[in-house]
Design a protein around this ligand. Sequence first.
Ligand code: ADP
Length: 164
Amino acid sequence: MSIAICPGSYDPITLGHLNIIRRASRIFDRVVVCVMHNAAKPSPMFTVEEKLDMVQRAVSRYPNVVVDTSDGLLAEYARQFQGAVIVKGLRAASDFEYEFQMNLINKKINPEMETMFLTASEKYTFLSSSVVREMAMYGADLTGLVPNEIIGDIQRKAQLWRKK
Ligand code: ADP
């Protein structure tokens, strides 16, 4: 069985992420979406539990997609799925530089691990979780940026943050 792992911070999941997950789910038998606790991004908007819940609702329409979480290194996490391929989205040259470096480091830790990149769909190349967080803080309409089923979650959280 072919397995893809789609790692990310998903703070929150966007339609850009979902586009990559859906495309991976057509290529691989099974897709594991892994919400990573990212030490490089120290103050997330959402807790891991909230992110897992939102990702779960967003991918529930895809029968071969499951959701998991890890607070370790991706290269270590991937060892439990034999032959699994990491699938990531590439938006721009800046993504490429970062991903290329990460891939080299991951290969040092786990030489068996392979990474595949899918180019972002044109309509989502501008989209990132940080853009969504910023738009939400200004009370902007999030339609077309994130899955409809999580818009309420983000608006409620942004309201709480505005009161801080
Ligand atoms: P972000 O960079 O938005 O904080 P993550 O750290 O959660 O997102 O990213 C997880 C993966 O999803 C990365 O491989 C990233 O390149 C990819 N990704 C994020 N946004 C998009 C998008 N709009 N289109 C395609 N891939 C994306």
